[in-house]
Design a protein around this ligand. Structure first.
Ligand SMILES: Nc1ncnc2c1ncn2[C@@H]1O[C@H](COP(=O)(O)OP(=O)(O)O)[C@@H](O)[C@H]1O
Ligand SMILES: [Mg+2]
Length: 272
């Protein structure tokens, strides 16, 4: 096996914190840096990547399961040359409520598509459910997105706690979205980090933050990724910095990735 794909789950306790925009724009940056990227919509309630891109895919993951459609046939190019999207079936919860065996079968079918890219971003739905827990524990890296709002922090902490206690997952990258200042980034991160250190016995890694920027809702309205429309906006600069960090992280993990499948299985209670 010669894997080179870094799998990244993007999750949050609370909805509407910026996960889908983060996946889309980090993906866009890395693609522009000559890395093929695939985004997988794992949000069963709302297939929101389609909406952000103004796409209406005619096939989705459900067709791979039900009709044995080859995964390459459902792949939608966002940009030609290696920025691709795997659409979920909007409003079809069964897709991700399948049992572990079915999920393993689906993922083994998708593996060649994953392995064809340098990054797999999984855009997870908000909150704590079996789908989120499985995908978050199978990915090589997890980004938990929070905002400075107290409810986002408490919900984020609850998700981390369940992943740690039920799945033995103890490594998390944090992105603080919609900050007004660097001080707010630090303050938000340290509140979450201190709670984890105190009650769960491990700390978190700050990946960085993205400023509150009206260019973001504007890019959503126009259905064009922010990094394509206004890369020089404050949020664009922050997203670029986050993409660079992920790029370094992948480079440092490449030797380990080579011996693993794109999605790894963590057993619960993995030793530190
Ligand atoms: N840094 C930001 N500044 C301003 N608005 C933002 C920012 N990040 C996200 N938003 C707004 O929040 C909304 C929800 O973002 P989205 O990525 O869809 O969240 P999620 O996927 O977590 O539900 C978007 O419509 C966007 O306009
Ligand atoms: Mg979303």
């Amino acid at each position: 096996m010669d894997n080179k794909t870094l799998s990244v789950a993007i999750m949050s306790g609370k909805g509407g914190v910026g996960k889908t925009n983060l996946a889309l724009n980090l993906g866009f940056c890395l693609f522009k840096g000559n890395h093929p990227v695939v985004l997988m919509d794992c949000d069963l309630g709302l297939a929101n990547l389609d909406v952000l891109l103004g796409l209406a895919p005619d096939k989705n993951l459900q067709d791979v399961i039900d009709h044995d459609v080859p995964p390459e046939d459902i792949l939608v190019p966002i940009e030609p040359g290696g920025f691709d999207f795997l659409p979920a079936a909007s409003g079809v919860p069964e897709l991700f409520e399948m049992d572990e065996d079915m999920r393993a079968l689906l993922l083994s079918k998708l593996h060649p598509v994953f392995a064809d890219h340098h990054y797999l971003f999984m855009d997870l739905g908000a909150g704590i459910n079996p789908t989120v827990l499985s995908f978050a524990s199978m990915s090589r890296v997890r980004i938990i997105v929070v905002t400075p709002e107290p409810t986002s922090l408490t919900d984020g902490y609850a998700l981390i706690k369940v992943l740690a206690t039920q799945r033995g997952v103890k490594d998390f990258l944090v992105v603080v979205n919609q900050v007004e200042s660097k001080a707010e980034e630090q303050q938000t991160f340290s509140r979450l980090n201190m709670a984890c250190e105190k009650f769960l016995g491990f700390g978190l890694t700050l990946l960085g933050s993205v400023r509150m920027d009206k260019a973001l809702p504007e890019s959503v309205r126009r259905q064009v990724p922010l990094m394509k429309r206004t890369p020089d906006s404050p949020a664009g600069k922050d997203l670029f910095a986050l993409a660079r960090k992920l790029h370094s992280l992948r480079a440092s993990l490449l030797p380990q990735l080579a011996g693993e499948p794109v999605l790894v299985n963590f057993s619960s209670g993995t030793p530190d």
